[in-house]
Write a protein that binds this ligand. Structure first.
Ligand SMILES: C[S@@+](CC[C@H](N)C(=O)[O-])C[C@H]1O[C@@H](n2cnc3c(N)ncnc32)[C@H](O)[C@@H]1O
Length: 285
């Protein structure tokens, strides 16, 4: 069978199985088997797949149909134009999290060449820290996670991009071990309410780590703990950027006002119109 027909076959299989973005999912698996990128894939539409390639693809498609996310199957995911190693020790980086990276880059514009100190709290695969280190050559980044397993994945990605001298990985609870105040705290912490976890798609609930998803009873427990640690850890004029879940903005707004009453709060929407990022501006002295 040629690639074009194979692509159609698996796209329609995934659609029948109710898998969102069926064509993208089929393409990712085919690229993995043929060891090509997306450009190579479209250039090879007439290629005949060998029997070995067909059976490798069929095995991967079976795993996908049974619920395993394609990023874990192929062992990587793109984030902010960077290819990251991922496995089931870390959350698969999501496109909406790129908003956090954009907000830090926006903040850094107009700052002088002095080092910008950044803490990426709940670093997981290291996605945010690595995207920032590659874009901001004057940044020194502390990438923190409570999960030693996640930090092993982050370390692999940090080494892959040669950023060992720019990103310090710390195993710790939120900001408790932060060695110095920073200009930016950026955090995509778990924010799903515990009671909602079972209702998530099987790709998420059965495969992604609970510690990356479970935000406690109301979904905002870990974020609340972080906010309570911020005072004294962020330089005057610095910012705290939080990714939040759909509909959490007023709860988080109230929390921020309680814990950091002098701060200014700005919300930013993602492409779906969901209030996704909370920016907290810490007042200058
Ligand atoms: C939603 S994932 C985000 C991963 C990555 N930053 C991203 O955006 O793809 C949340 C991460 O926070 C970590 N985490 C959970 N509780 C934590 C805590 N108390 N202190 C530090 N990290 C924590 C989890 O281990 C997980 O890696």
């Amino acid at each position: 069978m040629i690639l074009e027909s194979t692509f159609r076959k698996y796209t329609s299989l995934f659609k029948q199985q109710g898998i969102p973005d069926a064509a993208d999912e089929a393409r990712v698996l085919i690229c993995h088997v043929l060891k090509v990128d997306s450009a190579g894939f479209f250039a090879m539409f007439d290629k005949h797949l060998t029997d070995a390639e067909q059976s490798a693809l069929s095995a991967l498609a079976e795993r996908r149909v049974s619920g395993e996310p394609s990023a874990y199957i192929v062992g990587h995911r793109e984030f902010y134009g960077i290819d990251l190693f991922v496995d089931n020790r870390v959350l698969i980086p999501r496109p909406e999290t790129e908003l956090l990276v954009e907000e830090v880059l926006e903040y850094s514009r107009g700052k002088n060449a002095a080092p910008l100190y950044i803490a990426d709290v709940g670093t997981g695969s290291g996605a945010i820290a690595i995207a920032l280190a590659l874009s901001l050559t004057n940044a020194a980044i502390f990438a923190i996670d409570i999960s030693a397993a996640a930090l092993e994945v982050a370390w692999r990605n940090v080494c892959r991009y040669g950023l060992q001298g720019r990103i310090s990985l710390l195993k710790g609870n939120l900001l408790s071990l932060l060695p110095r105040p920073v200009d930016v705290v950026v955090a995509n912490l778990p924010y799903i309410a515990e009671g909602d976890l079972q209702g998530l798609p099987v790709e998420v609930s059965c495969y992604e780590p609970d510690i990356a998803l479970n935000g406690g009873g109301d979904g905002a427990t870990v974020i609340n703990r972080l906010l309570r640690q911020v005072r004294g850890k962020v330089n005057p004029g610095g910012i705290v950027l939080l990714e939040i879940g759909s509909g959490q903005q007023s709860k988080i707004f109230k929390m921020v006002k309680r814990v950091l009453p002098d701060s200014e709060i700005v919300l930013r929407e993602d492409l779906a119109g969901i209030k996704r990022v909370v920016k907290i501006i810490v007042p200058c002295l």
